[in-house]
Design a protein around this ligand. Structure first.
Ligand code: SRM
Ligand code: SF4
Length: 566
């Protein structure tokens, strides 16, 4: 069997025998453009799950079948099938949503999910714990809020990220519009989503459906795009398959430096999988962005590894064939060359908290949300407080790549109301600088790939580190700490100054020395260690940093200079 795909303005045939490729290629090719038997599986009352093939296709619809891992052993003992449930991820370019949409998301999470909303490291919402019979209602509820989950997961371009703080510069709005345009342009064209979830009926006699950008086997693997606006690298632009770094000329947007080949995922003990920082390959003008994105996606579609999914990300296509090959291929497809990359400077990949003054008299409040989980717990009434804020807020909400939330464009006359609501619900922010610079992936109990806790454990570990930094006077020093429950790196740990990746329950690999603004990968420091050893190993390094750092020296830079990683 062969697959055919076309790209804008030209057509390219890819001839690959499916039996030599990863089985997922056959599932995609034979899915009738992502329909499979998902619709039938949703109707099947015998099981709370769907078939294995449909689980692969479901990802393209923005959802994963999961099971509650806290209940796994007990259910097995009782000879019951696992407690199947679904995660649904909203596609939200640049992380912007309106207060009325927030209210709808909140309502859906309470009615069909586990009563929490999860803000992700790619600026969107996830629902957890939706059972099969409620999946359709959840997606229809999103549709009513003008939201969807199309291509939020799967082997396609995912939701496009965009620098968050709207007050950084006048160009921010233009960059956000471009991010949205790229996100929309690269959406799959199949009507499968509308038919399965929204009951759209296929129109009799309409021409055969096509996927003009992807072809019917889509991409070899997921593909991720981010837009950064210096000096903030909040999107961690070097961690994405494709990145655009805004370059300003005065108050105007001149264009973008283009970055390619970033990615975090790795597998322990498989050295041919590794995190990679993206390379800056040149500069394009704003009106060229969509074309550049489409052609780069086309290169990955045609040359990415479709046999070995562990090597199927774009970063490996680039390393296999070389950056020079890639640039020549891109130039040939574009019919023109990128210009020389232009100078730029990042200073952080973190968020600024509290109130900031925006352009045109509006202000913005960046609210810390520990590990992105919106819920009411221990006197911090995030879920309730944000619901109340959404009821009075006239601006918009912006989700940050650090799993936080900006209550954006607050008009001067509304600010006292928002301030009062933040206070009454315990959201006016007293966390340490260290805690605010930390992020953790979801991991247990929902993530099927987690080897150790992350979201549920990092807050406790941070408390241990808070004691150390307080003791040596580093309370005001933001050291980036990121934890992932497995080496896949959903919290982008490999660019953190201190990172933990799960190896087994209670055991982590420890990485040190990432660049403060995401510009340098960290290095493995210790393997498979538990909490007490972590504290014993890292405590003295932090104390020495407090005593010996030079002016302005970041923790990651110090660790390198002091020779801990030699
Ligand atoms: Fe991720 C798989 C959660 C951002 C790299 N990621 C998963 C799954 C779907 C587990 C699975 O495949 O069964 C996780 C669902 C857990 C759950 O219960 O919700 C999951 N990833 C997340 C989120 C929710 C983490 C978070 O705490 O915010 C993030 C959702 C982002 C979004 O809104 O789209 C999330 N994942 C990332 C990032 C960060 C980024 O993109 O900026 C990465 C590293 C960058 C990259 O892709 O290289 C990332 N996730 C992975 C990988 C490793 C991919 C690889 O190249 O090897 C996997 C595993 C896979 O794809 O096989 C994965
Ligand atoms: Fe799951 Fe691993 Fe991603 Fe954490 S890093 S959410 S454990 S896949």
């Amino acid at each position: 069997m062969t697959t055919t795909s076309k790209s804008l303005g030209r057509s390219r045939d890819v001839t690959q025998p499916l039996d030599k490729l990863h089985p997922n290629e056959t599932i995609k090719a034979e899915s009738n453009l992502l329909r499979g038997t998902i619709a039938q599986g949703l109707e099947d009352p015998i099981t709370g799950g769907i078939s294995a093939d449909d689980q692969q296709l479901l990802k393209f619809h923005g959802s994963y079948q999961q099971d509650d891992r806290d209940l796994r052993d007990e259910r097995r003992r009782q000879k019951l099938e696992p407690a199947y449930q679904f995660m649904a991820r909203v596609r939200l370019a640049g992380g912007v949503c309106q207060p009325w949409q927030w209210l709808k998301l909140d309502e859906l999470a309470c009615r069909y999910g586990n009563g929490t909303l999860r803000l992700t490291t790619r600026q969107t919402f996830q629902f957890h714990g939706v059972i099969k019979k409620d999946m359709k209602r959840t997606i229809q509820g999103l549709d009513a809020a003008l939201l969807d989950t199309i291509a939020a997961c799967g082997d396609v371009n995912r939701g496009v990220m965009c620098a968050t703080n709207p007050d950084f510069s006048a160009v921010h709005g233009t960059v956000y519009e471009l991010a949205k345009q790229v996100s929309d342009h690269l959406l799959p064209k199949t009507r499968a989503y509308h038919e399965i979830w929204l009951d759209e009926k296929p129109v009799a006699g309409s021409p055969a459906e096509e996927e003009p950008i992807y072809g019917r086997t889509y991409l070899p693997r997921k593909f991720k795009i981010a837009f950064a606006v210096p000096p903030s690298n909040d999107v961690d632009v070097y961690a994405h398959d494709l990145g655009f770094i805004a370059i300003r000329e005065g108050d105007d947007l001149a264009g973008f430096n283009v970055t390619v080949g970033g990615g975090m995922g790795r597998t322990d003990n498989e050295p041919n999988t590794y995190p990679r920082l993206a390379d800056v390959i040149g500069f394009c003008r704003p009106e060229q962005v969509v074309e550049v994105a489409e052609q780069i996606v086309g290169i990955q579609r045609d040359f990415g590894d479709r046999a070995d999914r562990k090597r199927a990300r774009f970063k490996y296509t680039i390393d296999e064939r070389g950056l020079d090959w890639f640039k020549a291929e891109l130039t040939q497809r574009l019919g023109w060359s990128l210009d020389e990359a232009r100078p730029f400077r990042f200073d952080t990949n973190g968020d600024r908290y509290g109130w900031t003054e925006g352009l045109g008299g509006a202000s913005h409040y960046t609210l810390f949300i520990e590990n992105g989980r919106v819920q009411d717990v221990d006197g911090i009434l995030l879920m309730t407080g944000l619901r109340e804020i959404a009821r009075v807020h006239a601006g918009e909400f912006r989700l940050t790549p650090n799993q936080n939330l900006i209550i954006a464009n607050v008009a001067a006359d509304k600010r006292p109301d928002i301030e009062a609501l933040l206070k009454t619900h315990g959201l006016d922010g007293t966390q340490s600088v260290l805690r605010r610079a930390a992020i953790a992936c979801v991991a247990l109990p929902t993530c099927g790939l987690a080897m150790a806790e992350s979201e549920r454990y990092l807050p406790h570990l941070i408390t241990r580190f808070e004691e150390i930094v307080a003791e040596c006077g580093l309370e005001d020093e933001p050291i980036t700490i990121r934890m992932s429950g497995c080496p896949n790196g959903c919290s982008r740990p490999y660019v953190a100054e201190i990172a933990f990746t799960g190896r087994a329950p209670g055991k982590y690999n420890v990485y040190l020395g990432g660049g403060f603004h995401g510009q340098r990968l960290n290095t493995l420091f210790r393997e498979n260690i538990g909490e007490e050893t972590i504290i014993e190993e890292l405590g003295p390094i932090i104390r020495r940093y407090a005593a010996e750092r030079t002016a302005g020296e970041r923790f990651g830079d110090f660790v390198m200079r002091a020779g801990y990683l030699d």
